[in-house]
Design a protein around this ligand. Structure first.
Ligand code: BTN
Length: 329
């Protein structure tokens, strides 16, 4: 039996490797290698079988590595983190940290995974993570303030993700309220924040981030909205995954400290810079009805301000969509 992570690692640098040498290396038959390659492919790894040249991966993949992530972290976040776990496969990194919190372990810790068998998006949706093509992780963060003081937290997380990606050289990023990260109107990353604990006392947030790095051919089948990935935007070359992971973690930890000290109010100006809805006519569903209005920013709690013909309405939960222009495709 070949360890799938070890097989992917053997192909990770993008050079072709023959079925024979893989079989010898892992002490199995060529048929067993082929079978495991097919499994990697089904999980989304872009493995190409060349006639006579063996197997190779379409683009080099850096597998997640705990020590590499820790080494790329600045000292402050590294010292704050009680643990950074890296899994090959779990159900969902958010679920994993929620279980820990329920079990009483509530400290600052990160959980990364190469694969999720039940990755979760907002509003009960599935989150698609092709093997090696994205980054999926969650951070558990305790707060003393009570859950009621955490309004706007998920918007602050969106800003932290943009700060990290800008530091890596990516531009033109925006936030579609409440916290979809977009580039040119297409989704690049999603954020799922789940809270637990007391309304007015000790509580915790599990902050899950899914970022598209290089989605490849499997994506269209599984994603029900316009999407993009880091590989296809901007001029910056795709940075290695452990570095992206470290930058995201560092900015996230900083932003959560800022949030704890100064609340969402301190992020409102930054949100305005990244607000992808501002000035657009949006549709806001309420039950089976909907109303239309102009998005005019967010208030100090992160609620969306919508101007209708006769008044301003604050929307503090749910999803909104941009009204398609008549005649546009
Ligand atoms: C969304 O846009 O719907 C939110 C997507 C959040 C996905 C991430 S991937 C890591 C973490 N674990 C999960 O199961 N979900 C979040």
């Amino acid at each position: 039996m070949i360890d799938p992570r070890a097989l992917l690692a053997a192909l990770a640098d993008g050079r072709p490797v023959s079925g024979n040498s893989l079989a010898t290396h892992f002490g199995v038959t060529r048929a067993a290698v082929w079978k495991q390659i097919e499994k990697l492919r089904a999980l989304g790894a872009p493995v190409i079988a060349g006639s006579g040249s063996g197997y190779r991966i379409a683009a080099p993949i850096e597998l997640l590595d705990r020590d590499a992530i820790l080494a790329a972290l600045p000292q402050y976040p590294r010292e704050q983190l009680q643990a950074v776990d890296v899994h090959w496969q779990i159900d969902s990194s958010n679920s994993e940290l929620l279980r820990r919190a329920q079990g009483g372990t509530i400290d600052l810790r990160a959980c990364f995974t190469e694969l999720q068998s039940a990755g979760r998006g907002r509003r009960g949706r599935h989150w698609h993570l092709p093997l090696g093509g994205g980054l999926a992780f969650s951070l558990l963060r305790p707060f003393d303030s009570g859950m009621t003081a955490l309004a706007g937290l998920s918007l602050a997380v969106g800003i932290a993700v943009i700060r990290a990606l800008e530091e890596l050289g990516f531009r033109g990023l925006g936030l579609k309220w409440p916290n979809d990260l977009q580039h040119a109107g297409r989704k690049l990353a999603g954020i799922l924040v789940e809270l637990g604990g007391d309304a007015l006392g000790p509580c915790h947030a599990v902050i899950g981030i899914g970022l598209n790095l290089r989605l490849g051919a499997h994506a269209d089948v599984d994603i029900d909205q316009d999407w993009c990935d880091l590989a296809s935007i901007g001029d910056a070359p795709l940075p290695n995954r452990n570095l992206v992971a470290a930058r995201l973690l560092a900015h996230l930890i900083d932003a959560l400290d800022q949030f704890e000290r100064l609340s969402f109010e301190s992020f409102v100006d930054d949100y305005a810079r990244y607000d992808a809805l501002r000035g657009k006519t949006i549709r806001v569903p309420i039950g089976s009805e909907a109303f239309f209005g102009e998005a005019i920013g967010v208030d100090h709690t992160g609620a969306l301000r919508v101007r209708t013909a006769d008044r301003e309405i604050l929307v503090d939960s749910g999803e909104v969509s941009v009204r398609a222009m008549v005649g546009s495709s």
